[in-house]
Write a protein that binds this ligand. Sequence first.
Ligand code: DSN
Length: 433
Amino acid sequence: MTPATATAPASLDHLSQGLLALLHQADPDVERILAGEADRQASTLELIASENHVSAAVMHVVGSWMTNKYAEGYPGKRYYGGCHFHDQIEDLARERAKRLFGCRFANVQPHCGANANIAAFMALMNPGDRVLSLPIKSGGHLSHGLKPNFSGTFYDIVEYGLDPKTELLDYDAIERIAVESKPKLIICGYSAYSRVIDFARFRAIADKVGAFLMADIAHIAGLVAAGVHPSPFPHAHVVTTTTHKTLRGPRGGLILSDNEEIATKIDRKVFPGSQGGPLMHVIAGKAVAFGEALKPEFKVYSRQVVANSKALAAAMQGHGYRLCTGGTDNHVMLVDLRQRDAELTGADAEKWLESAGIIVNKNGIPNDPRPPMVTSGLRLGTPALTTRGLQEAQMAQVAAWLDRVMVSRGEAGVVRAVREEIRDFCSRFPLPH
Ligand code: DSN
């Protein structure tokens, strides 16, 4: 564990250094915590598939003047004065989002992915209407119908699963369930699915039963924007996403569509339907991130994310781990730990690996016999490693560290040695800020 007293890494950009100098005077308690977090990020390997390291420009824009303003409403139709520049930044973010995903309408105000899904549900359905989705235990998301979530509380959820043998989406089975259950909305797009999604097939199923199709591309948005994963357009009626995973923007949500009637409803359901004042500083960060994602370098980055993912998957298999679905087509893989060591749990592995400087999350595998806080699996992803410049050649080393720590069952000497090796390794791949 990185102690809270750690000093900030030497490689910080000058604005970050200035921030810590400011805090040194203004609030040393916060300075100590932030310096510790900067050091943690700089000196550990981030393999959580839903996390990334934003550019210095994105990070500092989010900490800018745009945080000081109420701007309820939309550009040109605000409930507050003084929104001239806020209109400009929101219009810029919307235009860039539309160019990035090749669609006609974008709402950049959702505070997060779950909020984007709330607004989309409200725009497409009435409470009590039926939704067909993949449950979280099979790789779906809590906002797709988990009972304690708004989705499972206010809507009638019917589930589809994965093929028990291949762990792949079984489109024929999904079609059968859709025909039987006649949902108002079908959701595709997942938190732990490592294969390509056939959006056209989903739309054909939706059309057959008269349902809307919503694609939640929170995980794969960057890959879609870069053309590395097929686009949900023109198939989905609504596309929701976060902006901070493979898309490498600030934490936030985004809703896209091609249909004017649906887009108008979505705008109303975001504000005033489910949110108040938009986070204009985050919208400014989204504009910067979308601008970065429109550049050719982002395609190179996204291709490398997938190449690294395939290389890491192969290296893990080489160490004797089973990967769900047998591998990956995208940025994420689900590792079933039991083939390597029947006693190994995701919870233990997560804890030992963090001590060694490798950040992962435990994750249930399909039909996992262990409970969600224990699990038999790890979800690994390569977006953050790729941002810091790692390539296929380094994935074998990353897999070797993962295996060494897990096989040792977190033995203190091994953990200490790996921690030092990783700290040294990370100093050769500095973060962008
Ligand atoms: N918590 C996110 C993830 O890790 O996939 C989804 O919201």
